[in-house]
Ligand binder design. Structure first.
Ligand SMILES: O=C(O)c1ccccc1NCC(=O)[C@H](O)[C@H](O)COP(=O)(O)O
Length: 216
């Protein structure tokens, strides 16, 4: 079964829809410039709506230790997503210091971009393969931009990975078929306005992803 992460959850309706639809992961964005950003207290309150349920993923961009500590003190994160320019050494340091699994986001535009994964593989638990930000984008992710899904087809990715970038309920099935992904991540494609999740589209997205046979 395809694993689904709904990223950029900011309100109870979005959290509840993702959990009820059976998403495996929900992402909280701890990056203040993002329209999807939440404070640690907001994420803690959302997370507390349900015991168990989706893995809580904290998304950070080149975080300091203090930023990570502030979140981990109140939000039970099961995965730290690093979506900035974190080096291999910094990923290893964060994973060792905080004892939480790490998912490194890597921008993909060409086959050679996949070569970066080998160096990170020993120090991270998962990869999130995302489109590179389009020219002029102000955010490193969440830009509704897709990369060529065929780039990962038949490739050995050295850790479990999620496909991200521009996915929607209408395209996710074809994206899984073309890419061979066993997991998918979405933000913009399940929003009715930038930063505002649409519970109906969350349900549609999870349903569409579920109809695909796992290949990874
Ligand atoms: O979503 C954001 O606002 C964001 C801000 C800063 C860094 C990363 C961000 N999102 C990363 C994600 O994991 C998104 O879900 C992923 O890029 C896919 O986004 P989309 O193309 O909008 O579905």
């Amino acid at each position: 079964m395809t694993a689904v992460k709904i990223c950029g959850i900011r309100d109870a309706a979005g959290f509840d829809a993702a959990a009820e639809a059976g998403a495996e992961m929900v992402g909280f964005v701890f990056y203040p410039p993002s329209p999807r950003a939440v404070t640690p207290a907001e994420a803690a309150a959302l997370s507390a709506r349900l015991e168990g349920g989706p893995l809580r993923v904290g998304l950070f961009v080149d975080p300091t230790d203090a930023e990570l500590e502030a979140v981990l003190a109140v939000v039970p994160l099961g995965l730290i997503q690093l979506h900035g320019a974190e080096s291999v050494a910094r990923c290893a340091e964060i994973r060792a210091r905080f004892g939480v699994p790490v998912m490194k986001a890597v921008g993909i535009a060409a086959p050679e971009d996949l070569e970066a994964l080998a160096a990170y593989a020993p120090v991270v638990d998962r990869f999130l393969l995302d489109a590179k930000p389009p020219a002029g984008a102000s955010l490193p992710g969440g830009n509704a931009a897709a990369f060529d899904w065929r780039l990962t087809a038949g490739r050995v990715i050295p850790r479990p990975w999620l496909l991200a970038g521009g996915l929607t309920p209408e395209t996710v099935a074809e994206a899984i078929r073309q890419s061979g992904a066993a997991g998918v991540d979405v933000s913009s494609g399940v929003e009715r306005a930038r930063g505002v999740k649409d519970p109906g589209r969350i349900r549609e997205f999870v349903g569409a992803a579920r109809h695909i046979i796992c290949r990874q």
